[in-house]
Design a protein around this ligand. Structure first.
Ligand code: PMP
Length: 409
């Protein structure tokens, strides 16, 4: 696949941070799975909102409040269209993927689970899709069943099915592993779960920026992601939930905005999506996220996917030529934008620190997936993760950086 439709040099000019030098070397930013850089239009959008229409939204009769409310609700529709949700009210703004999962775990277990019920997770989940369930487990006496991963870093549908029982209440699974890059067959997982009437949450934190997602076609019950991993601002996230589920679940937090009527005796709750949005929402962030989505759509997510695949394959091929490299996870069914590896006996932290001195930003450590590290029998990895603004020459620089560090050891 040879993508010629993306003009990367021009695209890079949209990202002010990419022109920086660190330690006198051009910045090579390969930590996109942790957070992505922001195009100028997103940064400008935030400035524009603060300088023109800033006012608390909903309920305000004055002009600025009306404009600000419109901007926030338009942003909700932009997110709705991006993931092909049936209704804007199925889009809940949260603080991030983490809060979205906490919301579902808390509201679902509180209303739908009793002692002895079971939740299924996989061994490759981020802590954000483990700990919220453990908190509920400890409150309600629920059990967590873990689907193992193969040596190549994949899960087997058979292993999910084996863990399903009459007590299974929920399956929560990542779309793309933030460590292994594995793309899980979420369509099949959802079909399997639904054949047993079990709802599914998809953690799309590592796929929303790379792979087109259609919640209607997928038929997932919940889907979560963070704005900052898709070129949008920090501190904002999304929970998509099917209306039928969101209607059924109780509120997660209480406060202003999420109520219909409050008295000291009794409070009734607002309609969707406001029932789940207690307090002043991040209406500046939502406008900037909508801008990020328009930016992605202008380039085209399919084009992005193609270009990133070329880049990923190039990186994998070049890296595999490094002596004593060991890839952590080599999924056969599909990988996405993340490569984890170790080189000889060099500690990932040492390699990461020395690469940093060359201006190369990669991540080292357990990547908030300690149970996965335990399953793999390692402490951590080096992780290079890509975005569409990365180039083959940056990957060449990574390779020569690694070779240089290897020579030092
Ligand atoms: N799930 C996955 C797969 C992730 O990679 C991350 C972020 N590293 C999260 C959830 C949590 O995202 P956030 O910290 O933005 O809430």
């Amino acid at each position: 696949m040879n993508n010629i439709s993306l003009d990367i040099e021009n695209i890079r000019k949209d990202f002010p941070i990419l022109t920086q030098e660190v330690y006198g070397k051009p910045l090579i930013y390969l930590d996109n799975a942790a957070t992505t850089q922001k195009p100028r239009c997103v940064i400008q959008k935030m400035e524009e909102i603060y300088s023109t229409i800033n006012a608390n939204i909903h309920r305000g009769v004055h002009r600025l409040s009306q404009l600000s409310t419109e901007s926030h609700e338009e942003a909700r529709k932009t997110v709705q269209n991006y993931i092909h949700a049936a209704k804007p009210s199925e889009i809940i703004f949260t603080r991030g993927a983490t809060e979205s999962i906490n919301l579902v775990a808390s509201s679902f277990c509180r209303s739908q689970c009793k002692a002895g019920d079971e939740i299924i997770l996989t061994a490759m989940e981020h802590h954000a899709n483990i700990v919220p369930w453990q908190i509920q487990r400890d409150i309600y006496g629920i059990e967590i069943k873990v689907v193992p991963i193969s040596e190549s870093g994949e899960i087997d549908l058979k292993d999910i099915e084996e863990r399903i029982s009459s007590k299974t209440k929920f399956i929560s699974v990542t779309h793309v592993s933030n460590v292994l890059g594995t793309v899980n067959p979420i369509g099949e997982i959802i079909r399997l779960a639904h054949s047993y009437n079990i709802p599914v949450l998809i953690d799309a934190a590592q796929s929303i920026q790379h792979i087109p997602l259609n919640t209607k076609e997928l038929d997932c019950d919940f889907l979560v992601f963070s704005s900052h991993k898709m070129y949008g601002p920090n501190g904002l996230g999304v929970l998509y939930g099917k209306e039928s589920w969101l209607d059924k679940l109780p509120p997660y937090q209480g406060g202003g905005e999420m109520i219909a009527r409050v008295s000291f005796d009794k409070t009734t709750f607002n309609e969707l999506p406001f029932k789940f949005e207690a307090g002043t929402p991040d209406y500046v962030g939502s406008a900037a996220l909508a801008e990020a989505i328009r930016y992605i759509e202008k380039i085209g997510l399919e084009n992005i996917r193609q270009y990133e695949t070329v880049l990923f394959n190039y990186a994998k091929e070049k890296l595999s030529q490094i002596e004593n490299i060991r890839f952590i996870g080599s999924p056969t069914l599909g990988s996405c934008s993340v490569i984890s590896f170790l080189v000889g006996n060099i500690h990932p932290y040492d390699m990461g620190m020395l690469l940093d001195k060359l201006g190369i930003a990669v991540r080292t450590g357990h990547h908030c997936a300690q149970p996965l590290m335990d399953a793999l029998g390692i402490e951590g990895t080096l992780r290079a993760s890509f975005a569409f603004y990365n180039t083959k020459s940056e990957i060449n620089a990574l390779i020569s950086g690694i070779e240089r560090v290897t020579r030092i050891f």
